[in-house]
Design a protein around this ligand. Structure first.
Ligand code: IMP
Ligand code: MG
Length: 185
């Protein structure tokens, strides 16, 4: 496959290929469909990085479900979390009594997902589970694990398939390690 992007010169190496992503998302999607059959879950995506993963995963889970989105941010333009969370957009649905599955691009320090999970748990849902595309356990600073995880990755800064640096690279169809010289000057 040809990648006609200048962006490619900023990528050190491809960590998860497009094919691997879609194959594994179908696998985890089948697991979610089995676990949530008859439960009419509501999938809550954390914007913006989740968009490609959400789209692929939502199509891999062929059971009746609803979608919602919220937006928080844990850092602005850098490569490390500031730990300061900003809540930008709430979900639209009332989740009282509902089975909620939070979808996220990456579980790193855990502070974003902990904040979102606790926020949603206070609204009386039947359950709240976490499904992440990537898990970077070496970055963890708070005790939190995903219920569903597609790939465990080493402690490098990655971009692509929704993941950004300064809001760029989200449109790469794979997950790759960004060359450190791109963000160290
Ligand atoms: P956490 O709160 O530290 O777990 O980080 C979660 C958020 O940090 C994710 O939603 C991403 O937006 C961002 N993030 C963490 N690691 C990376 C990375 O390697 N590349 C791009 N974004 C990342
Ligand atoms: Mg982000």
């Amino acid at each position: 496959m040809i990648h006609p992007y200048d962006m490619m010169q900023d990528i050190d190496r491809v960590l998860v290929t497009e094919e691997e992503l879609h194959r594994r998302i179908r696998e985890v999607g089948a697991q979610l469909a089995a676990d949530y059959a008859g439960k009419r879950p509501i999938f809550v995506g954390i914007l913006k990085g989740v968009v490609p993963f959400f789209a692929a995963m939502a199509q891999a889970v062929q059971i009746p479900c609803q979608w919602d989105f919220l937006s928080v941010t844990s850092f602005e333009g850098g490569t490390h979390s500031t730990g300061q969370l900003t809540f930008r957009k709430d979900i639209d649905h009332d989740i009282a009594g509902r089975h909620v599955v939070i979808l996220e691009d990456i579980l790193d320090s855990g502070s974003t997902l902990k904040f979102v999970k606790e926020l949603l748990e206070r609204r009386g849902p039947a359950s709240v589970k976490i499904c992440t595309m990537l898990d970077k356990p070496s970055g963890r600073t708070v005790a939190l694990e995903a219920d569903y995880s597609c790939f465990t990755i080493p402690g490098a800064f990655v971009v692509g398939f929704g993941l950004d640096y300064d809001d760029y690279y989200r449109n790469l169809p794979f997950v790759g390690v960004l060359k450190p010289e791109v963000y160290q000057d």
